[in-house]
Write a protein that binds this ligand. Structure first.
Ligand code: CP
Length: 311
């Protein structure tokens, strides 16, 4: 694995499986890992809002025995005074051992990595990539479905702007998925370059485009819901037209497989009815919990501590 994690392809399949194995080990025996990051500092630089990613990384580092510095609002940093990202990263290199950053601009973590001697982890860049959400998703799938291979996955919602889908679909394709069902309004379709990429590199995977979830839900092993990304729209009117496009409710869940799982990177706004939260197939809150363990595994790998310590 390279020094930085900027996009999902920075990890090979073997490295993903290795991280999942370490995540399972940490889940089973957290006390064994509670001091592996003693004396280490994680800088958490969030130029865009977050609940799960920021606080699951913070929790992960604290549970590994390390410390956190950083900001959840870039307006409290010198970015507000006009400091460049490159200068911020150069300076944070003196203060920390690893940097986790989220930024609204696509490519910002890649740029940051060019100015950093310490590892940079992309915690989401615009509508581009979200590789640690992908790790969280893969960890969840592996725990509930026992394998990452041969699934039919329905991706539902904002497939145009949703960086979690863009990251996950490329990675799952590499694990021999059976079929991808893309359910979205026409305006929020998966970008054509991604469809072309999938068709070129994974011609054996069937791709179906659907308008209504109720028409295809019965086929899905995994129902991956996503929020309409209000912050990526150029005008309010377009958002309002699409914001209630999909709602997964009890009626639709009656048509889903008994062993299907419903995932969502969260936050949800109006895509999943609260009435299905108690359905055993709804795993989205457990998914956000599992994000802590896989991020603990990732930090230990990138800092070369714990199971990854160089002897
Ligand atoms: N899944 C996810 O990225 O959530 P946050 O925006 O709350 O970090």
């Amino acid at each position: 694995m390279g020094k930085h994690l900027i996009e999902p392809k920075d990890l090979s399949n073997d490295e993903v499986i290795e991280l999942i194995n370490i995540g399972n080990s940490i889940y089973a025996n957290p006390a064994d890992y509670s001091h592996v990051c003693n004396g280490k500092i994680l800088a958490s630089l969030f130029f865009e809002p977050s609940t799960r990613t920021k606080f699951s990384f913070d929790t992960a580092m604290i549970r590994l025995g390390g410390h956190i510095i950083g900001f959840a609002d870039a307006d409290t940093s010198s970015a507000k005074k006009g400091e460049s990202l490159a200068d911020t990263i150069r300076v944070m290199n003196f203060y920390s051992d690893i940097i986790v950053m989220r930024h609204p601009k696509e490519g910002a973590p890649k740029l940051a990595s060019e100015y950093s001697d310490i590892p940079i982890i992309n915690a989401g860049d615009g509508g581009h990539n979200h590789p640690t959400q992908t790790l969280t998703d893969l960890f969840t799938i592996s725990r509930y479905k026992k394998t990452l291979n041969n699934h039919t996955i329905a991706f539902v919602g904002d497939l145009k702007y949703g960086r979690t889908v863009h990251s996950l679909i490329k990675t799952l394709a590499g694990f021999n998925s059976k079929k991808f069902i893309l359910v979205s309004p026409l305006e929020l379709s998966l970008p054509q370059f991604l469809i072309d990429y999938l068709k070129l590199n994974y011609p054996h995977i069937e791709i179906q485009i659907a308008r209504y979830l109720e028409d295809v839900i019965h086929e899905a092993d995994i129902i991956y819901m996503t929020r309409i990304q209000k912050e990526r729209f150029f005008n309010e009117e377009d958002y309002l037209k699409l914001k209630n496009s999909f709602l997964l409710d009890k009626e639709k869940m009656k048509k889903a497989k008994n062993d299907a799982i419903v995932m969502h990177p969260l936050p949800r706004v109006n895509e999943i009815s609260y009435e299905i939260d108690d359905d055993p197939r709804s795993v989205y809150f457990e998914q956000s919990k599992l994000g802590v363990y896989i991020r603990m595994a990732l930090i230990t790998k990138m800092l070369e501590v714990g199971d990854y310590a160089i002897s």
